[in-house]
Write a protein that binds this ligand. Structure first.
Ligand code: IDP
Ligand code: MG
Length: 157
């Protein structure tokens, strides 16, 4: 067995990533997948869907009182999105760094939002913001049979 079996790295974290409807319309799905693959993360689930209203209501439950909430739901319902589950060492924190600030105007160049978006109302991508939230979001968007627990023989921590 190679070193990735060592105890420190054995517990694998997962996160929910979604290419939002504007990202799909702008043909950014491939570019976004590429960034997560080349960083070294492992794709364990992926599907394209028109997000059901109930799922969106659950997903953005904490934002339901915000003034922008109705517009957010309209945005997220405006077309299909691509939901994915990515796995790997510290994937929640690292993917938030790769995605950049919520407010695209403040997102640094080199981040996904900083490269592809100018305004937070069309910010291209979702990424879970904590390990606990990630677990909730993954079970909201995916059933367990849709997640593939495959072994990687490529370098991976
Ligand atoms: P996050 O996506 O970076 O985690 P959250 O604060 O969880 O940001 O907000 C969820 C989504 O709601 C954002 O990605 C963005 O699409 C939208 N949003 C957040 N704040 C605003 C706002 O002030 N105006 C318009 N849309 C917003
Ligand atoms: Mg969030």
């Amino acid at each position: 067995r190679h070193f990735s079996s060592s105890a420190a790295f054995r517990i694998q974290e997962r996160t929910l990533i979604a290419v939002k409807p504007d990202g799909v319309q702008r043909r950014l799905v491939g570019d976004i997948i590429k960034r997560f693959e080349q960083r070294g993360f492992k794709l364990v689930g992926m599907k394209m869907l028109q997000a059901p209203e109930g799922v969106l209501a659950d997903h953005y439950h904490d934002l339901r009182q915000k003034s922008f909430y109705p517009a957010l739901i309209r945005y997220m319902s405006s077309g299909p999105l691509v939901a994915m589950v990515w796995e790997g060492y510290n994937v929640v924190g690292t993917s938030r760094a790769m995605v950049g600030e919520t407010n695209s105007a403040e997102a640094k160049p080199g981040t996904i939002r900083g490269d592809f978006s100018i305004h937070m109302s069309r910010n291209v991508i979702h990424a879970s913001d904590s390990v606990e939230v990630a677990q909730k979001e993954i079970s909201l968007w995916f059933c367990s049979s849709e997640l593939v627990d495959w072994d990687s023989n490529f370098y991976q921590v």
